[in-house]
Design a protein around this ligand. Structure first.
Ligand SMILES: O=C[C@H](O)COP(=O)(O)O
Length: 263
């Protein structure tokens, strides 16, 4: 499948009620139906709601270019795994993406590298594009942040590599200290780390997009330019008007991407 020039993702985490999720999705679907860069596929948007809202927002986004996904999955496909949701059911529900390894899941649910690697393999096995979250816990110089992230990526991709799985993987780099903060990491730091992450070519047979997350909001994408393949958004996408502004910025960036000017 052709990749959008700019990828935007929104995780609603557990912020919205069911009805709020539907109302927000209706407004975003309206934007997506009319935004030229979304209609022509230059800007891609995926939305990850809480599990119970997946089917309903799948209907709301059905006639749009917006993809839906989940915030987690089980590493097993079926069986006696009370409370879990497996990749096959997510695929049945129309999910294209699944988030894996978010810092909040590591912190609050003690997810380990081994579990994250198994979940990533489960996603690929079920035709879902993993949105692999990773990022350094403390503020580090860019070269050390890149080295720390590289180790996390090697661990997270290890099971997929062992099973010789391949496919698209969204690399959602989120410095842990920038998540839930008043502002994102400094622009120059984001640019340098994303550049370094995009140079990592020894991680397996995957097609990567590197997107930045951590208090990202309007203005950031325009400031970063082509240093990133997109953004992973949380709180600052809760207002549909703010998301529209970010989509506009993505469209402007997509129009000046090297592949766009060659076309
Ligand atoms: O999943 C999204 C990220 O954790 C970013 O969330 P945030 O923008 O609210 O910090």
């Amino acid at each position: 499948m052709t990749q959008p020039r700019i990828t935007l993702g929104v995780s609603l985490k557990m912020y919205f009620s069911y009805q709020q999720t539907l109302a927000w999705s209706e407004e975003v679907a309206e934007i997506a139906r009319h935004h030229p860069a979304m209609v022509n596929g230059e800007v891609g948007l995926f939305v990850l709601p809480a599990f119970p809202a997946i089917a309903a927002i799948g209907q709301i986004f059905s006639a749009t270019a917006v993809s839906i996904g989940a915030q987690d999955l089980c590493w097993e496909d079926s069986g006696a795994w009370t409370g879990e949701v497996g990749g096959p059911m997510l695929a049945e529900l129309g999910c294209r993406y699944v988030e894996i390894g978010h810092a909040e899941r590591r912190r609050h649910f003690a997810e380990t590298d081994v579990q994250i690697a198994a979940k990533l393999a489960a996603a690929l096995r079920n035709g879902l594009t993993p949105v692999l979250c990773f990022g350094e816990a403390q503020q580090l110089p860019p070269d050390q942040a890149i080295a720390t992230c590289r180790q996390q990526l090697i661990a997270a991709l290890s099971e997929a590599n062992r099973q010789q799985l391949s496919g698209d993987v969204v690399l959602a780099w989120e410095p842990q200290w920038a998540i839930g903060a008043p502002a994102p990491a400094p622009d120059a730091f984001i640019a340098e780390v994303c550049h370094g992450l995009r140079q990592l070519h020894d991680l397996g047979d995957f097609r990567f997009r590197v997107i930045y997350g951590g208090s990202a909001g309007p203005g950031l994408l325009s400031r970063l330019g082509h240093q990133v393949n997109g953004l992973f958004l949380g709180r600052f996408a809760h207002q549909p008007t703010a998301l529209r502004q970010i989509i506009d910025e993505a469209a402007a960036l997509a129009a000046t991407s090297p592949s766009a000017t060659e076309a």
